[in-house]
Design a protein around this ligand. Sequence first.
Ligand SMILES: *[C@@H]1O[C@H](CO)[C@@H](O)[C@H](O)[C@H]1NC(C)=O
Ligand SMILES: *[C@@H]1O[C@H](CO)[C@@H](O)[C@H](O)[C@H]1NC(C)=O
Ligand SMILES: *[C@@H]1O[C@H](CO)[C@@H](O)[C@H](O)[C@H]1NC(C)=O
Ligand SMILES: *[C@@H]1O[C@H](CO)[C@@H](O)[C@H](O)[C@H]1NC(C)=O
Length: 540
Amino acid sequence: MLFRVLAVALAGLQLALGVPLEQNAIKAEVGAKVDVAFSNHVRYLFDTDGNQVDAYGSKVNFLDGTYYLYGNAYGGSGMGQSEISQYSSNDLVHWKYEGLICTGSAGCGGGRPHIIFNEKTKKYVLWTDNGFDGYQYATSDSPKTPFTKASARAKIDPKHDALKPADFGIETINGTGYAAYSVLNFNYKQAGSIWPPINQSMYISKLNDDYTSTDLNGRLIASDKGFDLIDNEAESPDLFFRNGWFYVSASNTCGNCNGSIGLLYRAKSIDGPWIRQILSGDSCAGQVEGVFPVNTGSGEPTYVWHSTAVPGGPRVMWSGHIFQPLEFRADGSAKELDCAPKASFKISHQAGTKSVPTGKAMSAADGSPHIADYTPVCDSDLFTLYQTFTTSKAGTLKEVSVNVAKGRQLMPLVISVFRFSSYSDLVAPNYIYEKLGSRMVLPSFATDLLTTFNAITVSNLTATVKAGDHIGISITGSDFSPYCHLEYDTKAFAKTLGASTAPKLLVQGAGQNSWRGDNGKGSPVYEREGKSIKFFARID
Ligand SMILES: *[C@@H]1O[C@H](CO)[C@@H](O)[C@H](O)[C@H]1NC(C)=O
Ligand SMILES: *[C@@H]1O[C@H](CO)[C@@H](O)[C@H](O)[C@H]1NC(C)=O
Ligand SMILES: *[C@@H]1O[C@H](CO)[C@@H](O)[C@H](O)[C@H]1NC(C)=O
Ligand SMILES: *[C@@H]1O[C@H](CO)[C@@H](O)[C@H](O)[C@H]1NC(C)=O
């Protein structure tokens, strides 16, 4: 099976060596020690149904035996930051979509959500940045939805009354809750015509017993560098405690941006003094989201730094995420991040105690890898795409899904599935393929076609296939502004995929329906060498 082969090819990026993808999905060894590798150039995360993980400014917590990743969902609502999506995982690789934490009129939406567990009340407490009047909070008996929004707000120091509470992190350290937060000053006297428009600085407070407010004492996080314009533009804080030091990770002002300096503050006491480090000049083309400890099963946890990561635009909200283990020196300082594009990092940890979630993409017969260097390509105005693959098994071809993102298109996206006899036939004039099904997706009405890369499914297929059948997926969406899809480099998988079965991407220039070239023998349909788009196919 293609998926099996690809998973093995990815062993370096994957869980335990050589374990096929679908087996990881179904029976990852609960609580087992696993090695996961993260790579700077593999930035997009996908859930087990094959959709892009849509959680900007995310946080990862290990709660009740499971990793949860959650953040602002931009795919449906745009950058309004109102909705919070949540994903769960056993291994930090396979993420199951758990839904929106709280939405609609009763919603407890807001930016940079954080969830912590309160031992005393046995409640999970969610805080979000949502307005001037303190932090919105909501509680739940489980780390999952539904959280019940409180009518009161978590209050911060009254000395910030004229300022806007902004990004924050909350954490329990040695039985006490803490909040590190930044406050925005829109009346910044030294504001420049161009920059900075505002200033903001960070504070740390203790939480009250039930984690629904702070002790109203904001202790300034001013660094040993003298409360300069870096301390005065610090945001997106998260906090952790290690080896006698309180740490606050942060970045400089940079909402939805292509990179900002990555900061790490540390102090022996929350009253300071704070020592500041710059861990990266641009946080590897991203903005720090947080730091979370993983249980290594032997003494000290590994602290994992994660940033948003913008893979070269064109839309910042398509942000991926990068993960790197922090390495500490004896004086408590951390080594700088490694932003080399190909750098990869092994993180060994104890898997969660719940079974790894499965999903449609995990049990697909054929498709592109769960983990690859996916790059957004927006060219449906210029090309019709023909993604092809060879079926790995016999059965009924039930569904085909491709990851597509919309912008502001008016023209529909049309995805058709067909069977063809050979590549030479497919590109030849007058050739007629066998239609298997299709779907026309209207951008204003389809609930699955979002501005993020959801898997768009053609589900009315009933074709009986045998192993080795050639299947094609055509994708058209001609408009003034193009739809976007994801491509990866198939050469990276060439060793394990024979040339005859490798998926291939063919393209046809818009309006090109005749022979081309000096000798008049060039087909208007030709291969985009070494590339393939992200898709999967279910054969039952
Ligand atoms: C944790 O708290 C206990 C008692 O509350 C205290 O004795 C201990 O020193 C604290 N540990 C750290 C690392 O702060
Ligand atoms: C903003 O800058 C002023 C002047 O440098 C400083 O006093 C203040 O603490 C800074 N932070 C905020 C949030 O106002
Ligand atoms: C984004 O950041 C990368 C890495 O710092 C840089 O090479 C690239 O030019 C930046 N792009 C934009 C649009 O700022
Ligand atoms: C699948 O549905 C499309 C409409 O979305 C229709 O045009 C097509 O004929 C259907 N194909 C099959 C095989 O049912």
